[in-house]
Design a binder for this molecule. Structure first.
Ligand SMILES: C[S@@+](CC[C@H](N)C(=O)[O-])C[C@H]1O[C@@H](n2cnc3c(N)ncnc32)[C@H](O)[C@@H]1O
Length: 778
């Protein structure tokens, strides 16, 4: 099981001496005490080369790592496509969607990705902006108020002072005319058209095995931290319904063709189509993908939009309140894009032909395997896969360090600020989903391929300054992590699952049966402990390699002159490595727990009656009254237990540290995404389990810190009623900055509070707990 990949020139590392060749020393012939002693020494003496290893100096050949040459990043074919809404949402088959802009946010480096503190800095996209030729700024209240709410429900609209402008090199975009803060609700958008899949009431997470381990352990002793805060044995963290349907762009095109259009909706559509036609000149100009319009259609589209100035507020509620459009359901989704597009070349009522409608959809639509799971649960609604066109949302440009996040709930799309935006700064979302947590070449390739522009956001610019040799080294490290270390972890996790299943079965039979079944139960438990121990060498190997990669990466990062924010962004681009580290630490914790779950070979071979007597002796007898030989035995066992507890505490802290760093990186580059929230919830649960098992001031501090970070992540995505991190917000609607001396505005602000009241932290945490309980169910 040992990997042969080692850092060149590094001496054998101490823990290798604990493994005889490739054979684990934890084989059953070792006595319980011996096994534990070896186990403790193996883990305690594992290498700590994080800062100790020499880093290559700049210019040194990048391949300091001995690893198989792997396909270059550029040739690496991602398994799924980015989506416009930052999310980890990945559902089986969704990546097969015909829509290249849709699909899961699954990171390409691992078969399943887990889904980061909300420390994401300002986007800095303060590009020279000029007032839009399209924008009608009359409705904007320069006193700092929101724009009008133009619908019957009083829900949809622009809630912050935003302005639609022309941004050089990007077409149109949205800027803030005052400072915005994380958690602030910016836009509540209604769709122009929406296709939803069938209702999904079941939220299934392929993490059950890990959860079962947790359930079993809780019967024996306090919750294991590794299981309480699990990233999951396969790194799957998504709460997305399993049966999520794949909906193609074609379904949305059909829906656009089907709808009865008034001139207003036709204008909005033509307005969106203009974005398809306009050339983009950022960086290296790349060809736009817009389908050349026929002269007649172009003239008609121009006519429809011509002279009409649409503002952001005109786009937030295309159907003027309510849901006059019927939400289409999936049958039409079965139509392929080709059929839908070539089958009809009719000019649409908007003046656009089917090809042009398809281009509008391709460039502006958004779809996911599920709308927001947490909100659906909170409001008792089913989830739906969907593809929709929200025109106001479609005005937001992309940044790899987004400062806004979009959340779809039912037919509504909410946009919240997720990192501070200075007055005049551009408000950007990410189009990359989880793939945003990858390196520059990968992000660029995907954006160029799917969206036809070259991203020049501050994060990309910082990463562009990294010397070629280092970029190559980092890319090699990522390849090692994804192509070798992660598969090794997946195999180890599978072996642990099997061992825990055996252990689970044994404890049942031991409880239910008579003496003979108890004996067989103990034997199985011992076997499962041995199996858990057998996984450790492979895990320790991964841990050593990850630590070396980490040392190299962090040291080379230190050689660059970067601001703290830039350093965080670059670390976020190596997220898979950080995640591998956390996962490895988690699995080691689980394996060690499993390996130490029986207390020795002598116990294994005792008869049930002998065992019972022994337990009573240990628990009830005053050690002073025991015969000397037994006193020594009791002391030895107590010492062993202390050693194991200390080992578990250190491993648990190592896991929490790794998880904490992952959370920080999510906050820097993916704040307010569902991945961020899920990870924050896991960190919170893991810290709570840690403090239960290893109480003390440090553990309590960790738990408090985790709860604050969860609150921040939730507040960023959903807004929190009275959240401590979000002073100035009221029910998710920020009232500070509103000119309350203006009576109509104050009224509107008041009216908004009711329908948009944000959930409280308690409500959200209760839903998170409920989701976790569902995960624990077999
Ligand atoms: C959903 S639209 C955003 C609004 C668009 N700018 C418009 O005028 O209609 C997506 C398109 O905007 C442009 N875009 C978005 N983000 C960009 C960026 N960071 N740099 C350059 N172009 C960008 C690309 O042409 C992309 O295909």
């Amino acid at each position: 099981m040992h990997s042969t990949q080692r850092m060149a020139g590094h001496p054998a590392i101490p823990w290798e001496t604990c493994c005889h060749g490739n054979k684990p020393v934890f084989a059953s012939q070792h006595g319980g005490r011996t096994r534990k002693a070896v186990l403790a020494s193996a883990v305690f003496h594992s290498p700590r080369p994080i800062s100790g290893d020499r880093a290559p100096v700049l210019g040194r050949p990048a391949m300091a790592l001995q690893m198989p040459r792997v396909a270059s990043l550029r040739r690496h074919k991602p398994r799924s496509y980015p989506c416009q809404i930052a999310t980890a949402a990945a559902a089986p088959g969704f990546g097969d969607s015909l829509n290249p802009r849709l699909g899961s946010g699954t990171a390409p480096y691992h078969s399943n990705t887990s889904p980061n503190s909300t420390s994401g800095g300002p986007d800095g996209c303060t590009a020279d902006v000029s007032t839009s030729s399209h924008g009608n700024n009359n409705t904007f209240n320069s006193a700092g108020g929101y724009n009008r709410i133009n619908n019957n429900t009083g829900r949809r609209g622009s809630l912050a002072p935003l302005r639609l402008v022309d941004i050089p090199g990007k077409g149109r975009g949205v800027v803030a005319t005052r400072k915005l803060s994380p958690g602030e609700l910016l836009l509540v958008c209604g769709p122009l058209a929406l296709v939803q899949g069938p209702a999904q009431t079941m939220v299934q997470v392929p993490q059950q095995q890990s959860a079962k381990v947790g359930a079993r352990r809780t019967q024996q002793r306090p919750t294991s931290v590794a299981n309480a805060g699990a990233i999951g044995p396969d790194g799957v963290t998504s709460w997305v319904p399993k049966a999520a349907a794949s909906i193609s762009e074609a379904a949305l095109v059909s829906e656009l063709q089907r709808l009865e259009w008034s001139p207003r909706q036709a204008q909005i559509l033509a307005f969106l189509y203009r974005g398809v036609q306009e050339p983009v000149s950022t960086g290296r100009p790349t060809p736009r993908r817009g389908v050349p319009a026929t002269a007649a259609a172009e003239a008609e589209a121009a006519d429809n939009a011509g002279g009409v100035v649409l503002d952001l507020t005109d786009l937030t509620d295309p159907w003027d309140g309510g849901d006059p459009f019927a939400i289409a359901t999936t049958p039409s989704a079965a139509v392929s894009t080709r059929q839908a597009v070539t089958g009809t070349s009719l000019t649409h009522r908007s003046g656009l032909m089917a090809e042009q409608l398809a281009a509008v959809v391709r460039l502006n639509a958004t779809g996911l395997p599920s709308d927001d799971v947490l909100l659906a649960k909170l409001y008792g609604r089913p989830n739906h896969s969907f593809i929709g066109l929200w025109p106001a949302h479609a005005m937001l440009n992309h940044s790899c360090a987004p400062n806004a996040v979009a959340v779809v709930s039912g037919s509504e799309l909410f946009i919240r600020c997720c990192a501070p935006v200075p007055a005049g700064g551009e408000v950007c979302i990410t189009y990359s989903g989880a793939l945003g947590l990858g390196p520059l070449p990968l992000r660029r390739a995907l954006l160029e391929r799917n969206h036809r522009f070259r991203c020049m956001c501050p994060r990309c610019m910082a990463e562009e300054r990294v010397p070629r040799e280092l970029a190559q080294l980092w890319s090699d490290i990522m390849m090692l992590a994804s192509q070798q270390l992660q598969p090794q972890l997946v195999a180890a996790a599978a072996a642990l699952r099997v061992s825990s299943r055996n252990g689970n079965g044994s404890s049942k039979s031991g409880n239910a049966g008579g003496p003979s079944s108890a004996t067989s139960g103990q034997t199985t438990t011992a076997a499962s402990a041995t199996a858990a121990a057998a996984v450790l060498p492979s895990l320790l190997d991964v841990r050593g390699q990850v630590a070396k990669c980490f040392g190299l990466f962090e040291e080379t990062l230190g050689q660059l002159s970067l601001s703290p924010q830039e350093a965080l962004w670059l670390q976020a681009s190596m997220y898979p490595l950080y995640e591998t580290r956390a996962r490895c630490a988690q699995l080691i914790t689980t394996a060690v727990s499993g390996a130490t779950s029986v207390s020795g070979v002598s116990e294994e071979t005792r008869s049930p009656e002998q065992h019972q007597t022994h337990v009573q002796q240990l628990e009830l007898a005053d050690p002073g009254e025991l015969p000397p030989q037994q006193q020594v035995q009791v002391q030895q066992q107590e010492q062993q237990q202390e050693d194991i507890n200390e080992l578990e505490r250190r491993l648990s802290e190592e896991y929490l540290d790794a998880l904490s760093l992952c959370l920080r990186l999510q906050g820097a580059a993916n704040a307010g995404s569902d991945m961020h929230v899920q990870l924050a919830a896991r960190y919170d649960a893991a810290c709570a389990a840690h403090v239960a098992r290893h109480p003390g001031p440090r553990a309590r501090q960790l738990a408090m810190d985790a709860r604050q970070r969860l609150e921040r992540a939730l507040g960023t995505r959903y807004g929190i009623e009275g959240g401590s991190q979000f002073e100035g917000t009221s029910g998710g609607v920020r009232t500070e900055g509103f000119d309350t001396s203006d009576p109509p505005m104050a009224e509107e602000a008041e009216a908004l509070k009711a329908p948009l009241t944000a959930p409280s932290l308690e409500e959200l945490v209760a839903v998170l707990d409920e989701l976790r309980r569902q995960q624990l169910q077999p």
